[in-house]
Design a protein around this ligand. Structure first.
Ligand code: TYD
Length: 214
């Protein structure tokens, strides 16, 4: 066991990759394409998501996305609770087994949406999630960057609470993702989500291959 950059213990044998981006950026398509490629290479892969990667998380997801009004702090705590449990019962056990874990959203969503979008403060929200997860960060975070108006236009079905938060909110979250990626380029791969899915998939595979070969 080693100690990670944030001073928390890091016991990670597998590879942890998160996908981030605005709503409608195509994260789930890319996640699926990457998972198929990894499985074909003989890797053990766990595909998961936040919020909602566990039975408790499913309840929290319904509450936070489809419930009545929730204040910004309660919202941040619900996402953090989902994340704490998800990391504890799904992500860390899989990484300890040496699996590749692909998650549709992780801590950076909380920093962008609650920290910046809701104005709670990026640093406080990041600290909350680092506490919740005992400092677990992905080796790679893929940002599928898209103009929020174009992204939301691709979303089908009734918009959830976050999707209804307004253009200005979504512009701020986009800027927050881009700023985090620029500040920590070693962890991030930023891609223009409007390029054809196969090209995006190839770029993601190239970066993941580098990590697998390490
Ligand atoms: P997602 O599952 O990507 O939405 P969908 O399945 O509708 O495409 O994420 C649900 C919403 O939750 C999304 O609008 C982003 C938001 N979210 C946060 O605000 N904070 C968080 O920490 C996470 C993980 C998601």
């Amino acid at each position: 066991m080693s100690v990670g950059a944030h001073g928390y213990p890091d016991a990670v044998a597998g590879l942890f990759v998160s996908f981030e981006g605005g709503d409608g950026a195509g994260k789930s398509t890319q996640l699926r394409l990457l998972a198929d490629w990894l499985v074909a290479r003989g890797e053990r892969v766990v595909v998961t998501l936040e919020p909602g990667g566990t039975p408790l998380g499913t309840l929290l997801r319904t509450a936070v996305l489809h419930g009545d009004h929730i204040g910004a702090r309660a919202e941040a705590l619900l996402y953090a609770a989902d994340r704490a449990h998800h990391v504890d019962v799904v992500v860390r056990p899989a990484l300890a087994r040496g699996d590749v874990v692909l998650t549709d959203r992780y801590l950076d969503s909380s920093v962008a949406y609650q920290g910046v979008g809701r104005g709670l403060g990026a640093r406080d929200v990041e600290q909350l999630s680092l506490w919740a997860t005992e400092g677990l960060l992905p080796a790679l975070t893929v940002l599928l960057d898209i103009d929020p108006v174009a992204g939301l236009a691709r979303v089908t079905g009734e918009p959830d609470r976050l999707e209804r938060a307004g253009d200005d909110f979504h512009r701020r979250t986009r800027e927050a993702f881009l700023a985090r990626a620029a500040a920590e380029p070693g962890r991030w791969l930023v891609l223009d989500a409007t390029v054809p899915p196969e090209e995006l998939a190839a770029a993601i595979r190239a970066r993941v291959l580098g990590l697998l070969e390490r």
